[in-house]
Ligand binder design. Sequence first.
Ligand code: AMP
Length: 200
Amino acid sequence: MILVERKSPQMRMLIMGPPGAGKGTQARGIAVRHGVPAISTGDIFRANVAEGTPLGVEARRYMDAGEYVPDEVTNAMVRDRVGQADCGRGFLLDGYPRTLEQVKELDAILAEQGAVIDVVVLLTADLPQLVERLLRRAQAEGRSDDTEDVIRRRQEVYLEETARLTDEYDARGILVSVDGLGSVDEVAARIYRELDRLVR
Ligand code: AMP
């Protein structure tokens, strides 16, 4: 069993998994439990789109097609966000990094603070069931980037790029895989059990 030694009171975590696996909901629970902010790059982009900021106008072109916002835009945004005061005790990133380039960039950003990622939580789930779940959510929330084509494209993009990242974190011995199917409380209990086993 891997044990992640906590050398400092900070806790820097990532949550990964395919779109619709319930990352956002679980991220908020983990963040509250560990007293750190949950940072969702998708949420930050959506807030900027809603406010019509220059970042939002730029990001929307990609989001509406289900494609990634370019790295230079996304990386700069994350660098700024994890440097803010509320990240002093750590953070939980949701939706970043999504490419190997972003993994490298995050390592570089943290290296400047003498820090590393401590734990990566991977939610696993069956893709057809996820597409169903996302279509229901899109109807309920009216998200402009959630048409069926865009949902399928986002799953493809995830499989093509993001899945490779988990190998990288697994090789570092910091990956925790958790079955993401089930009720919010069931999945949360699985995650907390794993985090409690791995982090001390
Ligand atoms: P999400 O809510 O995490 O699924 O993100 C919604 C959309 O925001 C994605 O489909 C991308 O267009 C964009 N986005 C979010 N995070 C990233 C990222 N790390 N890199 C590039 N684009 C991103």
